[in-house]
Design a protein around this ligand. Structure first.
Ligand code: UT7
Length: 348
């Protein structure tokens, strides 16, 4: 019934995921071993476990040791994902790395990951979409495969948020963690393989000031002054971002479902970006989704920016909540603002 409605809607509309069908062939994640708990943060700023847990849903997050960069986390996830897909790095034709914490301004983290994993036949680039990086990178990779340009593309969502967080600012330092996820996107070869069905994305630059890192780029290059003013750290208007995130998560989800003749209740799993437990709960309540259709794992990882969606997908698979054939909606809202949703049939 759901499949028939979906097939009819797809036949009627202009193809957005045109070309040959694509699918997520494998998924893997990596977080650095060191854990930063709420109790640890109580020693750094005026905060407490109860406030953090109630207001955000976070208990702990993983943090890199000095000398570890985003490409290192991305590499670990990528190697595992490629092996799980039954491929070798040389089978990958295209690499896209979603991140706001590249190892350095250039070369791109995609180049660093490419050489670290030994993917000798690929090209690629970084994609800056903050918390929507995974949905945008997945779409980009899917289009590369759909056109026939590549058979296998590697999507990496990775961030070392601890490198741009001010551990003197209690309003932001409790929220973020480090982590990486990687997926191999390939041509879907047979029925039942799963498929990336559709996407809806939008950007709204008028919200840029609500969540940003003001210095370190071309407008305000690093100087003694910018460092003294702590402008190389994340600044956030929490209320503005919260309200936008709840409204847009629901809106983008409804838009992609409508385009495909679906209702929220048709979904088997809703995987939202993990920024705040309350944002996910509010948006999913507005969508009328039962809690068992929503995955929330922010408790253990915090907001890992580009990595939250693959970390949540991975937990859903490991806990048996995501199975082959399930209809899944990914949704994200992030700095920019960036808004994204990807509808897919899980095939692993
Ligand atoms: O990934 C996408 C980007 N990020 C987001 O989506 C985050 C969106 N925003 C949020 O998640 C929430 O706005 C926050 C978690 C950042 C803040 O939660 P809130 O419920 O909006 O708290 P608030 O800013 O209204 O602050 C309430 C109180 C304030 O004290 P007063 O003025 O009521 O006395 C804050 O000073 O809580 C205080 N507060 C804290 N207290 C203990 C703020 N941060 C902390 C803290 N520990 N870490």
């Amino acid at each position: 019934m759901v499949t028939e409605r979906l097939r009819r809607a797809q036949a009627q509309r202009a193809p957005r995921c045109g070309g040959r069908p694509t699918t997520i062939k494998s998924l893997a994640t990596y977080v650095p071993p060191r854990v930063l708990t709420n109790a640890d943060l109580e020693k750094l700023v005026d905060t407490n476990d109860e406030w953090i847990l109630q207001r955000t849903g976070i208990r702990e997050r993983h943090i890199v040791d000095p000398g570890v960069g985003t490409s290192d986390l991305g590499k670990e996830a990528a190697i595992k994902a490629i092996a799980k897909a039954g491929l070798t790095p040389d089978d990958i034709g295209f690499i896209v790395v979603g991140t706001v914490t590249p190892d350095m301004m250039f070369p791109s983290t995609a180049c660093l990951v490419q050489t670290k994993i030994g993917a000798h036949h690929s090209w690629g680039f970084d994609l800056s979409a903050a918390c929507s990086a995974f949905t945008y990178a997945l779409t980009t990779a899917s289009q590369m495969v759909a056109t026939g340009a590549h058979d296998h593309a590697l999507v990496v969502g990775a961030d070392v948020m601890s490198s741009i967080i001010d551990y003197k600012d209690r309003a932001t330092c409790v929220l973020f963690g480090d982590g990486a996820g990687a997926a191999v996107v390939s041509a879907a070869s047979a029925k039942g393989d799963g498929a990336i069905l559709d996407f809806e994305h939008e950007i709204d630059g008028s919200g840029g000031a609500a969540l940003c890192m003001p210095a370190g780029g071309s407008l305000r290059p690093p100087s003694h002054e910018t460092v003294d003013e702590r402008l190389h750290y994340v600044k956030q208007d929490g209320h503005a971002v919260f309200k936008f995130a709840v409204r847009k998560t629901e809106e983008i989800a409804r838009r992609v479902l409508d385009r495909n003749g679906l209702e929220p209740g048709d979904l088997d799993l809703f995987v939202s970006h993990q920024a705040n437990r309350r944002i996910i709960m509010s948006a999913s309540e507005k969508l009328g989704l039962e809690p068992d259709k929503v995955i929330i794992n922010i408790e253990r990882f915090g907001n890992t920016t580009a990595a939250t969606i693959p970390l949540a997908l991975n937990d859903a698979v490991c806990s048996g909540r995501l199975k082959s054939g399930d209809l899944v909606l990914l949704a994200s809202v992030g700095a920019g603002f960036t808004v994204g949703a990807v509808l897919l049939r899980w095939g692993i």
